[in-house]
Every structure is written in structure tokens, then in C-alpha cells.
Design a protein around this ligand. Sequence first.
Ligand code: C2E
Ligand code: MG
Ligand code: MG
Length: 308
Amino acid sequence: MGWNIDLSGKMYSELSQELLRNVDIAMYRAKAEGGAKAVVFDQKMHDVCLDRLRLENDLRQAIEQQQLLLHYQPIISLQRGQITGFEALVRWQHPSRGLISPALFIPVAEETGLIIPLGWWVLREACTQLAHWQQRFSTQLTMSVNLSTKQLSQPDLIWRLDQILRPTKCDRYSLKLEITESAIMDNDELVLCTLEKIKTLGIGLSIDDFGTGYSSLSRLHKLPVHTLKIDKSFVSPMHLDREKAEIVRTIVSLAHNLGMDIIAEGVEVAQQLSQLRELKCEYGQGYFFSKPTDSIAASKLLAKMPQW
Ligand code: C2E
Ligand code: MG
Ligand code: MG
């Protein structure tokens, strides 16, 4: 922006609009950093903001234009050494940016509310796939789907779940919803009531990324949750780091004492698998078994049914 400003007509109005927009950007940044502080606007802030705005607009179109797809990562029963189910993980095939990771767009979807239509699309797709796999391979297969905090607080959640399960003919006892530790712990009695209703529908509940948030033990034992998923930040380094291995041991024993079972996320090497088997951990998930893959590769895996 030059300093030789023509303060009349269109030029003035464009500049004032830009100035106000920049003030807004700096103000939002100040708020995001905790407020009660001054933030000076700079070009980088402008670029970040523009990039984010583009992502938000593109994401809106992505849902309409069917650019989203699901990848599936197997969950292995450590006792049997075989696939027992899958976790559905959303991907975004962007027309110019290629495959975008959910770590990048899920937070944007959460903030804008787009997570609601996106989340229902994921659930419908995953349930349809599960019904198909159960018919073709085994009725025992399960499907885990991530549920965002926003979805959890939707007043029509139970009705929605039912609406999706019916036409897909998916066995609701084989569906598990994953909710992060913070979503469950931060919230009030209303969440507890919703979780109870989900359980009544026959759907299983897991706490995702367990160990990364703050769990209150008195609350944990009241929750109608069947499974704890230990976060990969403890599992992946457990063969090298005694402290991490100790944390895994403690979480496994906590879950068992509460009558829950355990999925260890982020199993990357054989040594972790033997450690987890020794701890009597029920399930494992991670690159050691398989990375998340598209439905065709996951079907091939099911047909081969490898043994670990
Ligand atoms: P999550 O639910 O905890 O999913 C597990 C993540 O760990 C996945 O990342 C998976 O690819 C990755 N992972 C699996 N095994 C390993 C391993 O051995 N090592 C390492 N380093 N990573 C491993 P992804 O697919 O990038 O998903 C990231 C997060 O995005 C998910 O974490 C979940 O919180 C969110 N997400 C993904 N799909 C959905 C969705 O459909 N809805 C919602 N609300 N969130 C989703
Ligand atoms: Mg998950
Ligand atoms: Mg997780």
C-alpha cells in the first residue's frame, strides 16, 4: 500500500475497507492470544488469514462436490493376531492441492460448523462400507468413526444416528464412536446424558487420544464408555522410553479395573506389539499392521486376512 493516497472516490473506499480488515485481523489475533494485549498487523498475518479463508471456502465446496473420501485403518485383536475392525479416517482430495490431511482441515471444519455436514457424510459412508464388508467377509467386523465435540452437542444427534443407521442397514452393535478425552471431560451432565442415549441405541463408545487431556477418575468411571484408546505419543516410543512404557502399563491397568478394554494407537514396531501383548492389551492399531488405506486396499487386506 503506497502513502500517496487519493482520499477521494473509489480509491479511498477500497483503502479504508482494507484498513478496517487489517485492524480486524490484528484484533482477532490479539483475542486468540488471550486478549488484553496489542498486536501489530503485518503482511504474514494477512497471508495466513487469506490462506485460511481460501481453505474454508474450498472446504464448503469440497463437501458439495464430493472431494472427500474415507481411508480405513485396521484395528487388530492382539490375542488372535487378526483384523477385528477398522477406523474410518476422512481425507480431502483437493483439486489443486492434492490430498489434504484431516489435521489441517478438521480444525477449520470445527470452527466454521462445517464439521456437522462433514461428520454425517463420514458416518453414512463408513456405515455403508461396514454393511458391505460384513456381508462379504465377516459379521464380526467393527467400524470406528470419530465424532466431533460439535456433533456431540447437536440436539438431534440421536435422531440423526438412527436416520443414518436404518437405510445403510449397518449393524449398530458393530459401530463405535470415538470421542476425544477433552470433549468428554470438559462437558457437563448433558454430555453424560447423550452418551447414555448412544449406548441405549447399541452403539459402542471409545475415548480417543487417552492420556493427552485431563481425565477426572471419578468422572471416568461414571461414563458409559467401553474402550480407551491410548494415544500414540505413549505407544510409539514405548520400546525405547521406560517412562512411556510405564504410562502405557498404568493406562491398561486403569482401563481393566474400570471394566473397559484398550486399543493402543501408533504401534509401529514388533517390539511394541510384544510389550502390549504382555500387558494383556486387547487391541492395536498402527503403521506396523497397516497405514490407513482406501476401501479397495482395505478389502484386499480383508481377503488376505494376514496373521500377526
Ligand atoms: P485419530 O482419530 O486419533 O486417528 C489416528 C491418527 O493416527 C490418524 O491420523 C492415523 O493415520 C494416525 N496413525 C495411525 N497409526 C499411526 C502410527 O503408527 N504412527 C503415527 N505416527 N500415526 C499413526 P489422521 O488420519 O491424519 O487423522 C488425524 C486426526 O484427524 C484423527 O486422529 C482425528 O482426530 C481427526 N479425524 C480424522 N477423520 C475424522 C473424521 O471423520 N471426523 C472427525 N471429527 N475427526 C477426524
Ligand atoms: Mg480416532
Ligand atoms: Mg487417536
